[in-house]
Design a protein around this ligand. Structure first.
Ligand code: ZN
Length: 229
């Protein structure tokens, strides 16, 4: 009975090795890294766009205010001719304070302009990174698909063999095997001088009775299935 499961394990081992090799291709991790870069770029871009919109609004507001001030100053300049001395003085003061505001506003506009340029530069650099990431992503995906395609016939063949062998294996032992195969391989080990061939823990006296009767027993320490053969 243990011969069948051992044969099953042998085929399964080849399949696991192939699947592991495919899973652990460096391109797998790189592909995920590129997907993360793209995802981060996307959220970065939406942030930049919000930022750009706010800065553009600030610019428009400052510009409108600036134009309004220029008109006020022009209007004051035109009306000077029709005024008496006190009025002229008053008007001059108003004009001066407008000029001061204008100067402040000019500085503010220069600042906003610089912000816009910075936002734009960041946008360009994020887009450039995203483009590179997308290109790399495609390269890695192609390599992975190529490897998957290359090993697909072998994987299919092993799966077919495994399905055939499965018919011969005791259902109970197979169920235990399948529950363990991901976490500890080989699952089935031989008995070595009364100890587990996997972890070298001695089989207890009570388990020994089971072992003699069924021909296999589960290790109390590592959980592997110990067989006589
Ligand atoms: Zn063990």
């Amino acid at each position: 009975m243990t011969q069948e499961i051992l044969k099953y394990q042998e085929i399964d081992g080849k399949l696991l090795k192939l699947e592991k090799a495919l899973k652990e291709m460096p391109e797998r991790q790189k592909e995920e890294d590129m997907r993360n870069v793209l995802r981060n770029s996307q959220s970065r871009i939406s942030l930049i766009e919000k930022n750009a919109q706010k800065t553009t609004e600030n610019f428009a507001r400052a510009k409108a205010y600036y134009e309004d001030l220029v008109i006020k100053i022009e209007t004051l300049s035109k009306t000077v001719d029709e005024m008496d001395y006190n009025k002229i003085k008053e008007t001059q003061q108003a004009k001066n304070s407008f000029y001061q505001m204008l100067e402040k506003l000019e500085k503010e506009i220069v600042k906003i302009n610089a912000q816009l340029t910075a936002v734009n530069n960041e946008y360009v650099s994020v887009i450039k990174n995203a483009k590179n990431a997308k290109q790399n992503l495609e390269i890695y995906r192609a390599r992975l698909a190529e490897a998957d395609g290359k090993y697909a016939p072998q994987v299919a063949e092993l799966k077919k063999e495994l399905a055939e062998q499965e018919k011969l294996v005791d259902k109970k032992i197979l169920e235990r095997y399948k529950a363990k195969r991901e976490s500890r391989f080989p699952v089935i080990v031989k008995v070595v001088n009364g100890t587990c061939g996997g972890c070298r823990m001695a089989i207890s006296a009570s388990k020994m009775q089971d072992f003699d009767k069924k021909g296999y027993v589960e290790c109390e320490n590592c959980g592997r299935i110990i067989t006589k053969q």
